[in-house]
Design a binder for this molecule. Structure first.
Ligand code: SF4
Ligand code: SF4
Length: 188
């Protein structure tokens, strides 16, 4: 070791002190994700509050990590959760398995399932990382009514899925919230 080596070492330290800090200040400063970031999933609703999920299980079959569990149930006139015959009676996503690939949301035929920008999914209890249907369901927005209740926007599911945007406009849903199937959705 030469006499000047320690000085060279301090020189590196000093020069680094004046460089731009690259450290992320998380969690004090949260990073803004890209709009289409694949974060926590959401089960969307129609403008009257009925659920879009029809319990078809296509999302579960598409998942390469076997992270989704779906159990379908039958709607009745007395107890209706979605337009049409079936609804998602039980729905779970295991975030210990999910790799955020988004194949499930591509497979969903009703655009019930989308992904939000929420990325804080760490926990110290494995059981809390299996999200239930209640945790995944989109919140009720103004004008929505918690199911079960009758179809408010049409006579049948065709009215919801084919004429959804038009019905949503008639129901007074703000324009920015209307997409193909007629309600607000998280980023996809
Ligand atoms: S994002 Fe990918 S891994 Fe996660 S639940 Fe969907 S299909 Fe499965
Ligand atoms: S989220 Fe979509 S694909 Fe999955 S069961 Fe519901 S309707 Fe089917």
């Amino acid at each position: 070791m030469g006499m000047l080596d320690p000085l060279k070492g301090f020189g590196v330290t000093l020069s680094t002190m004046f460089k731009k800090v690259a450290t992320e200040e998380y969690p004090e400063v949260k990073k803004v994700t890209a709009p289409r970031y694949h974060g926590r999933h959401q089960l969307n609703r129609h403008p009257d509050g009925l659920e879009k999920c029809v319990g078809c299980e296509l999302c579960a079959w598409a998942c390469p990590a076997d992270a989704i569990f779906v159990e379908g149930g039958d709607n009745t006139d007395e107890e209706r959760y979605s337009p049409g015959e079936r609804y998602g009676k039980d729905y779970q996503i295991n975030y210990l398995r999910c790799i955020g690939c988004g194949l499930c949301i591509e497979a969903c035929p009703t655009r019930s399932l989308t992904m939000t920008n929420e990325f804080e999914l760490a926990d110290d209890d494995r059981r809390r990382l299996i999200y239930t249907k209640e945790q995944l369901l989109a919140p009720l927005l103004p004008g929505m009514e918690a199911p079960p209740h009758p179809m408010r926007l049409g006579e049948n599911e065709q009215d919801y899925y084919v004429h959804g945007p038009e019905l949503a406009r008639r129901a007074g849903v703000p324009e920015g919230r209307i997409v193909e199937t007629g309600t607000e959705e998280a980023g996809r």
